[in-house]
Design a protein around this ligand. Structure first.
Ligand SMILES: Nc1ncnc2c1ncn2[C@@H]1O[C@H](COP(=O)(O)OP(=O)(O)OP(=O)(O)O)[C@@H](O)[C@H]1O
Length: 241
């Protein structure tokens, strides 16, 4: 479904993503890890159309989307969340989903919105509450709900689990596991915690200084000396992946 071919993003003299080639079919969950500044979010930005790659190719269902604008990529089925949740604060939870759905699909389907609100446990908050009144877990759920409302077939989740306490995180992980089946969506998730990634993702890709240095099962990847070195040598030193 998604095919990156030597994708490269440069910001002036800095190569944030360096000739990354990666394929993903329409199912499953792919974990994307790497030390801070490795280029993970930039890769998401390039796939979703927020930054313009310098070189390489992005194909979605065999179609070259390298130059397609964000809304076009959303229409084709590429959805995403942002590291810092970006709700429209003054709108209600339901209105946030309506706006997202219009952006992603060009129409409004209230039954689908109700299904998503239910699934993300936001139904009780939907009508009255402005997004600004939500707690962190609810804001993260809203970020996922908005992305689901765009009707994606591939969903890029940028650190949606970060900052959640243990029980919230567990519930959220259950939701993500169920989401693939229920909504027929393939997931790529950026997450720093190795235990979380290992439990969620049968496949993990590792970036370091913009380069893809490993791609395999969690067991293979987290035992790979190059990956261990990237964390101990060039990593954050804070125990995070
Ligand atoms: N718009 C930009 N202009 C210039 N440099 C940028 C821009 N966006 C990102 N960078 C740089 O590109 C590199 C990769 O950043 P990116 O945010 O993609 O890393 P990351 O792996 O997502 O990091 P983190 O885990 O800390 O979120 C960093 O050196 C960052 O400072």
């Amino acid at each position: 479904m998604l095919e990156l071919d030597r994708l490269t993003v440069r910001f002036g003299g800095l190569t944030a993503v360096n000739a990354v080639s990666l394929r993903m079919d329409g199912s499953g969950v792919l974990g994307l890890v790497g030390p801070n500044g490795a280029g993970k979010t930039t890769l998401f930005n390039a796939i979703s159309g927020l930054v313009k790659p310098t070189a390489g190719a992005i194909r979605f269902d065999g179609r070259d989307v390298m130059r397609a604008p964000m809304h076009k990529r959303a229409h084709l089925g590429i959805g995403r969340t942002f590291q810092i949740p970006q709700p429209m604060h003054e709108l209600t939870v339901r209105e946030n989903l309506v706006v997202a759905q219009r952006f992603g699909t060009g129409k409004v389907d209230m039954a689908r919105i109700d299904e998503i609100l239910d699934f993300t446990s936001l139904a009780g908050k939907a009508r009255r509450d402005a997004a600004t009144s939500l707690a962190l877990t609810e804001l993260k759920a809203l970020e996922v709900a908005k992305a689901l409302a765009t009707n994606p077939r591939l969903l890029l989740l940028d650190e949606v689990l970060a900052g959640l306490e243990t029980s919230g995180k567990r519930r959220f992980m259950g939701m993500l596991k169920e989401m693939q089946q229920r909504f027929g969506v393939g997931i790529v998730i950026i997450e720093h915690d190795i235990e979380t990634i290992s439990s969620l993702c049968p496949r993990v890709a590792v970036l370091n200084f913009g380069e893809l240095i490993a791609d395999g099962t969690p067991d293979e990847v987290f035992r790979d000396p190059a990956v261990i070195k990237s964390y101990t040598g060039a990593g954050t030193g804070d125990g995070h992946a």
